[in-house]
Design a protein around this ligand. Structure first.
Ligand code: CTP
Ligand code: MG
Length: 242
């Protein structure tokens, strides 16, 4: 069985603030994308990595990956306008021999290689779609817009309508793993734009299995996430894990 990992890395990183595309910003002096590709290529079960780069940054990403000596075979394609388009383009570039596909956000650069292998292993064991999930830490409430009041300034107030039990909710991470044919069909039949790939498989009515996620697979979305990532890297260095 041949396992490929697709890395959507074409986003701008608007929520992180102005600067380079998010995947090219550095952590511990190394671009986030390089951390993510290294984590995938270190995984025992991954044979090939395909990066969906910012459309105007394909050459830059190729040069960056060559510079950082990744070790695995890496292909680079141009990403699209939405994450889903970027994954679809990378899927089209997969060699025919690939039977299992992982999709892993460049924005989750510190996901452990053990998590990558756990997800790939679950697909190789026969599950057609696998996602890592972690329990939620915060209390979850549903809200609705409050009644507008005369002279109200600023953002419209919100009212709580319900406290949702979080015991059967999970925060879903990447890498997500799929039987290649299932993921290709899910993308070909996509009738909505979603923030993950398993969601498209769910829309086909097919089962998606959850495995234990990892605290270190958190997504870098806002500036404070960079601080946590730098701290994790410092700890890994101190423990000789880098
Ligand atoms: N992504 C992509 N192509 C896009 C948009 C996003 O490949 N058109 C990738 C991002 O590079 C990231 C992953 O999808 O690795 C998850 O997306 P997100 O965290 O939303 O990243 P950005 O879209 O870059 O951030 P923002 O939404 O804040 O702009
Ligand atoms: Mg985004």
């Amino acid at each position: 069985m041949t396992v490929a990992a697709i890395v959507p890395a074409a986003g701008r990183g608007d929520r992180l603030g102005p600067g380079q595309p998010k995947a090219l910003r550095t952590l511990g002096g190394v671009p986030m994308l390089v951390h993510a590709v290294r984590a995938l290529s270190r995984a025992r079960l991954v044979d090939l990595v395909v990066v969906a780069a910012p459309p105007d940054g394909v050459g830059e990403v190729k040069a960056l990956l060559a510079l950082h000596d990744i070790g695995a075979e890496v292909l680079v394609v141009a990403g699209g306008a939405e994450r889903q388009d970027s994954v679809a383009r990378a899927l089209e570039a997969l060699p025919p021999a690939v039977d299992v596909v992982l999709v892993h956000d460049a924005a989750r650069p510190l996901a452990p290689s053990e998590l990558v292998d756990a997800v790939a292993g679950a697909v190789l064991a026969g599950h057609i779609a696998v996602v890592p999930g972690v329990p939620m830490a915060d209390t979850v409430k549903r809200i609705a817009p409050g009644e507008p009041r005369d002279g109200e300034r600023g953002p419209r107030s919100e009212l709580v309508t319900e406290t949702v039990s979080r015991s059967d909710l999970r925060c879903i991470q990447t890498p997500q793993g799929f039987d290649r044919a299932v993921l290709a069909k899910a993308h070909a039949m996509a009738d909505a734009t979603l923030t993950d790939d398993a969601g498209l498989v769910e829309r086909l009515g097919l089962p998606v299995v959850v495995v234990a996620g990892s605290a270190e697979a958190f997504k870098i979305t806002r500036p404070i996430d960079l601080l946590l990532a730098e701290a994790v890297l410092l700890e890994r260095r101190a423990n000789g894990a880098l």
